[in-house]
Write a protein that binds this ligand. Structure first.
Ligand SMILES: [Zn+2]
Length: 467
């Protein structure tokens, strides 16, 4: 007797294609899958005309950048569940040491989330390098983050993550240089298998070009794109890759969405750099004529860049899709003046529909939204795979019916969407996490706090240096 059985659906599995079949769940795991599978089940779902995707793993969210967590996390978790997301990997960044903040964030997520979760820890200064060992051994964190774009004055007022109970985000000054990056690589080389996520944008180029564009009196997304040109992204990618190869530390490069940046990715992969690369849903469907609310770094660029991003996911040059979500309200984003407006926006719950609507082959969508992030961050094959014995994490999706994005209908603390008015396909009807239905046609039947922390080990990452 199974707990759950989805019958006659189209199963989307990277490497196996899209095939008709059934999926059976027992005790939180996939008990069996395929066209021969059948039997009694507590709940049977007719999957006729629907696709089953492996549960979306969003490897790039920043829920802590909008306080307070107690109000944000439950809503954002629901919004993610409505989008087929079964695993959330969030960044933590704090100016002080991480002794207290990582356990505090874990406890808060354990109270509020519907889905399983893990963290990346941001290294902002040399003191943080002393925390790496503690994060790996005691906290099960095996991925770290460095912002190459955080040189002063770009980062003199950098927003820090909220801790539980905190009503407002605090601000700290951060000052990056390549010497710090070298020291970080040297420290991480002592922990085989640990991965370094690097925001690749060269600060000096951004500082110089921002001054030039502002002087011209321009604003809007095209000016923003020119102020942080993609050549700066390519320069940073090459710098990071040289150090990654030198120290043998695997890289993760988030949010590459420019043609020039993707060309750099192709080059460093050809050089044998152990790297996994992410792009974001907004680069797949938006260009620099979009609403200025779509200000994000790296910037959204031209139709040529957009086409390159889609192609890169389709061919596997890019391995993962991450939302880079910060669920700001318009007021928090500070929309009144363009150059001081905060970057990023919500989008985790729309990651899957946007990827499907972009026209990517469904198998490529499943690879980039689930298998890719699971492999990158030591969760595969427990996560990211629809095979017997794996966690029963999946989304039942209608890839045909179209629905327009209306911010008021989205479950989020954000009151706007950069996809406002866009007709998207690929909305989930049902989301299952470890066998529990966490989203069911508009309802959220599961208990908040059922999500489990994914304690990762460096060994889990070994062998997955390359995509
Ligand atoms: Zn980010």
């Amino acid at each position: 007797m199974y707990d759950l059985l989805v019958r006659n659906a189209l199963l989307v599995r990277p490497g196996r294609g899209v095939t008709e079949g059934n999926i059976a769940v027992k005790d939180g795991l996939i008990a069996d899958i395929g066209d021969e599978v059948d039997g009694e089940a507590t709940r049977v779902i007719d999957g006729e005309g629907l696709h089953v995707f492996p549960g979306v793993i969003d490897p790039h969210t920043h829920p802590g950048l909008v306080a307070p967590l107690e109000r944000r996390l439950p809503l954002e978790s629901r919004g993610a569940a409505a989008g087929g997301v079964t695993t959330l990997i969030s960044y933590i960044r704090r100016p002080e040491d991480y002794r207290n903040s990582v356990p505090a964030r874990r406890a808060s997520a354990e109270e509020h989330l519907l889905q399983d979760f893990a963290f990346h820890v941001t290294l902002l200064n040399e003191r943080h390098l002393d925390d790496i060992d503690m994060c790996v051994r005691e906290f099960g964190v095996t991925s770290f983050k460095i912002y190459m774009n955080s040189r002063m004055p770009l980062s003199e007022r950098m927003r820090m993550d909220a801790l539980p109970g905190q009503q407002l985000n605090d601000i700290a000054a951060v000052d990056y240089d390549d010497g710090f990056l070298l020291k970080a690589f040297r420290s991480l080389a002592d922990h085989p298998g640990v991965r370094l996520n690097i925001h690749c944008e060269n600060s000096d180029i951004a500082i110089a070009e921002t001054a030039r564009v502002i002087e011209q009196g321009r604003e809007g997304l095209a000016a923003w794109s020119e102020s942080r040109p993609s050549i700066g992204e390519a320069v940073a990618i090459h710098t990071a890759a040289v150090m990654s190869r030198e120290f043998g530390v695997p890289l993760y490069i988030p949010h590459v969405g420019s043609r020039t940046g993707l060309e750099a990715v192709r080059e460093i992969k050809q050089l044998g750099t152990p790297v996994i690369v992410e792009t974001c849903p907004h680069y797949l469907v938006l260009t620099d004529d979009a609403d200025p609310a779509a200000k994000v770094s790296p910037p959204i660029r031209t139709p040529g860049d957009q086409k390159a991003a889609i192609e890169a996911v389709a061919t596997g040059l890019v391995d993962t899709l991450g939302s880079d979500e910060i669920p700001y309200t318009r007021e928090e984003k500070g929309m009144s003046t363009f150059w001081t407006e905060n970057t990023a926006f919500s989008g985790c719950g729309l990651l899957l529909p946007v990827a499907i609507t972009s026209g990517l082959p469904l198998e490529a969508v499943a690879r980039a939204t689930s298998e890719g992030p699971a492999r990158a961050f030591g969760l595969f094959p427990r996560k990211g795979s629809l095979e017997p014995g794996c966690d029963a994490d999946f989304a039942v999706v209608d890839v045909h019916s179209e629905r327009e994005v209306r911010p008021a209908e989205l479950v989020s603390s954000s009151d706007f969407s950069v996809y406002d008015g866009m007709a998207l396909r690929g909305w989930p009807t049902l989301t299952v996490s470890r066998g529990d239905v966490i989203f069911d046609r508009g309802a959220f039947p599961a208990r908040h706090g059922r999500g489990r922390y994914l304690f990762r080990t460096a060994e889990g990452l070994a062998g997955h240096g390359r995509a």
